[in-house]
Design a protein around this ligand. Structure first.
Ligand code: APR
Length: 197
């Protein structure tokens, strides 16, 4: 599913974040930047040891919840990894939504500062950190849409959702945003164009 946000594109796909050839991908990291399971484990496995080596060297103090830091992408298709720290879900009354929004905004700021034209996000905080997917998708999408409307960059933001249930939760929220849909993709993966008259 793709929608236009001004001149930018916002896209939802089902897939594996490590396979994305966007200029940057976002890691669902922890505040110690210590690696882990889920997205974090998959990125470090697929990207090789240079990502952790750079993380340790440049950010020995870690990264606070709601913030994000940049490393190279090692042998990943993506050139950069933005390590973002979403909140742990504690019932919703401990600033979780604000921290989650800040993690997305901070990641986008890092991407723009690095002149990335495309960035792929996983669903931050909805795995090991236990954030309910429907609530997280509302915050994730409204934050990204507001950023794109205000900044008109990066050109492409893609949410890479690991399973159909998560994809459907995000798609249901995105449909309520009143944004113009992009034309459906042809089987060859190219946007369908109407013939010229
Ligand atoms: N690609 C895309 N999405 C993935 C992938 C993948 N390869 N692997 C898992 N996911 C999905 C999960 O199914 C979930 O929907 O990403 C979402 C986020 O899950 P987590 O990776 O567990 O991230 P989070 O909830 O933010 O927890 C972060 O987990 O691995 C540790 O070090 C990490 O401590 C940190 C915590």
């Amino acid at each position: 599913m793709q929608v236009h946000v001004g001149a930018c594109m916002l896209e939802l796909v089902i897939g594996d974040i490590t396979q994305q050839a966007t200029e940057a991908i976002v890691n669902a990291a922890n505040s110690r930047l210590a690696g882990g399971g889920g997205v974090d484990g998959a990125i470090h496995r697929a990207g090789g040891p240079t990502i952790m080596a750079e993380t340790r060297a440049r950010y020995p103090q870690g990264c606070p919840t709601g913030s994000a830091v940049l490393t190279g992408g090692g042998i990943l298709p993506a050139r950069w990894v933005i390590h973002a720290v979403g909140p742990i879900w504690h019932g919703g009354r401990h600033g979780e939504a604000a921290h989650l929004a800040e993690a997305y905004r901070h990641s986008l700021r890092v991407a723009v500062a690095q002149a990335c034209t495309s960035v792929a996000f996983p669903s931050l905080s909805t795995g090991a950190y236990g954030y309910p997917v429907t609530l997280a998708s509302q915050t994730a999408l409204s934050t990204v849409v507001a950023f794109l409307q205000a900044q008109q960059q990066p050109d492409l933001v893609r949410f890479v959702l690991f399973d159909r249930e998560t994809y459907e939760a995000y798609a249901a929220v995105l449909r309520t945003q009143g944004l113009p849909m992009a034309p459906p993709q042809s089987p060859a993966g190219e946007a369908t164009r109407l013939p010229r008259t």
